[in-house]
Design a protein around this ligand. Structure first.
Ligand code: NAD
Length: 295
């Protein structure tokens, strides 16, 4: 049993903290939203009215917050609150620069730290089947592993500080680009009079095969569990895909990598969000492509 403080009990953090409780850890929680704190308390998390109280006596602090600025603000506050040697883990999806800055803050506190963003969405958070992409030292990774295993099924040590965030945004850049590619192929097939099922039967066993096609098919029918069969809800929101693509482009600019398709995918998702579809599943972008073709 480890004493864990969980900061950020939203759509992801709430169920993740609940799984830590289920695994037998003693979990205290803090969030700016009273509703989130109440919901977490119902799952056995000890509700704290302030960050200082949540982290008192904690051997490990986990943050699950919206953006880099929130993580830096909370980790800066932790500086005066944590004893040396505390394990601090950020599971939010944030820019690589902020992740590295957070590790530096932990170093100054003489704490050990990890960036450990996740994939698997709210379903994976509830089921405890998330994939963790982890950046940080071997020592921090070894201490964190049993804790992360209570919330996820696959835990990958990607390398040094920031490597977890790097893996997450590279993966999601592939996903954003490949989804648009698959949507374009279905749109073209429609114009050519080729049925969705025929394209799926060929491409799913040919060189066009990819996750966006075979697991998350953007048209209803071929994969009955994909969000397309449920009017593109729920799923992985287009707004979150746009966030991840924007992070990939920020990192590409800072590191000098050429990612022209990633840039174009970000532009298309920005257009989709601006048209009011940020809450739709990201595979619904096929509708915008059809509209561009006038039908
Ligand atoms: P959310 O908005 O539901 O939860 C974030 C929580 O952080 C909110 O409850 C908010 O009140 C709290 N918060 C903000 N600032 C705070 C502060 N200073 N102190 C304490 N609490 C604070 O967001 P989410 O969907 O849980 O996502 C969290 C992170 O996980 C994001 O970085 C997101 O990109 C990433 N992520 C989300 C999904 C998903 O499907 N929702 C999937 C993978 C990764």
């Amino acid at each position: 049993m480890t004493k864990i403080a969980f900061v950020g009990l939203g759509n992801m953090g709430g169920p993740m903290a609940a799984n830590l409780v289920k695994a037998g850890h003693e979990v205290s929680g803090f969030d700016l939203s009273e509703d989130s704190v109440k919901a977490a308390a119902a799952t056995g998390v000890r509700a704290s009215p302030a960050l200082a109280e949540a982290v008192r006596g904690a051997e490990c602090v986990i943050t699950m917050l919206p953006k880099g600025q929130h993580v830096i603000a909370v980790w800066s506050d932790l500086a005066t609150l944590l004893p040396e040697g505390t394990l601090v883990i950020d599971c939010s999806t944030i820019d690589v620069e902020s992740a590295r800055k957070a590790h530096k803050l932990a170093e100054v506190m003489n704490c050990i730290s990890l960036d450990a963003p996740v994939s698997g969405g709210t379903g994976g958070a509830a089921a405890g089947t998330l994939t963790f992409m982890v950046g940080g030292s071997d020592k921090a990774f070894a201490s964190a592993r049993p804790i992360l295993e209570a919330m996820g099924r696959k835990i990958v040590h990607c390398g040094h500080a920031g490597a977890g965030q790097a893996a997450k945004i590279c993966n999601n850049m592939i996903l954003g680009i490949s989804m648009i590619g698959v949507c374009e192929a279905f749109s073209l097939a429609e114009k050519l009079g080729l049925s969705h099922q025929a394209l799926f039967d060929v491409a799913s066993t040919s060189s066009g095969q990819c996750w966006s096609l075979t697991t998350y098919c953007p048209v209803p029918g071929p994969v009955p569990t994909s969000p397309a069969n449920n009017d593109y809800r729920p799923g992985f929101a287009a707004a979150l895909m746009l966030k991840d693509l924007a992070l990939s482009q920020e990192a590409a600019q800072q590191s000098g990598a050429a990612t022209p398709l990633g840039a174009h995918a970000a532009e298309l998702y920005a257009e989709f969000e601006k048209a009011g579809h940020g809450g739709d599943d990201f595979s619904a972008i096929i509708r915008m492509l059809r509209e561009k073709a006038g039908g």
